[in-house]
Every structure is written in structure tokens, then in C-alpha cells.
Write a protein that binds this ligand. Structure first.
Ligand code: SF4
Length: 74
């Protein structure tokens, strides 16, 4: 699973890091996400989903590495 972040949508709420963990959802000095492109270890999938779901701007998507399909966040 790969984390994709649309930086044009990110508003710096930092909720992704709070719910998903800063290892998966690191932030820059201003609180904006720099998680785009991070590969999620298999034992952290639930944290990635949690972090992606909580984004108020829906700036985060998760892609399966093998199929390229988006993970359903609803
Ligand atoms: S929760 Fe969404 S808007 Fe907030 S920092 Fe994370 S990606 Fe950006």
C-alpha cells in the first residue's frame, strides 16, 4: 500500500498524523503533509486507513501496490 497526498488539497490540519501516526504521515514544519509516496508496512495498514479517513480535506488516498487500485476509505 502506498500513501498519496494531494498537496493542493492539504490544509495542514495534522489529523492524519494524530490518527495514523507520524511515521506514516509525517508533516513539514508548518503542519502540512509530506507523506506522499510512503510505502505502508503490512502491519500498519489499519493505521494508514485510519489516518487517511480522518483527513477533512480528503487529500489522502491509499493505493494497493500490486493492483494500483485505490483502497475504499468510506
Ligand atoms: S489531515 Fe489532511 S489536510 Fe490535514 S495535514 Fe493531513 S493530509 Fe493535510
Amino acid at each position: 500500500m502506498i500513501i498519496r497526498v494531494d498537496r493542493s488539497l492539504c490544509a495542514g490540519h495534522a489529523m492524519c498524523a494524530v490518527k495514523g501516526g507520524e511515521d506514516l504521515f509525517p508533516l513539514d514544519d508548518d503542519g502540512f503533509s509530506v507523506a506522499d509516496g510512503i510505502t505502508v508496512p503490512s502491519n500498519k495498514r489499519e493505521f494508514a486507513i485510519r489516518g487517511a479517513r480522518v483527513c477533512p480535506e480528503r487529500a489522502i488516498s491509499l493505493l494497493e501496490e500490486n493492483t494500483g487500485k485505490s483502497v475504499d476509505l468510506d
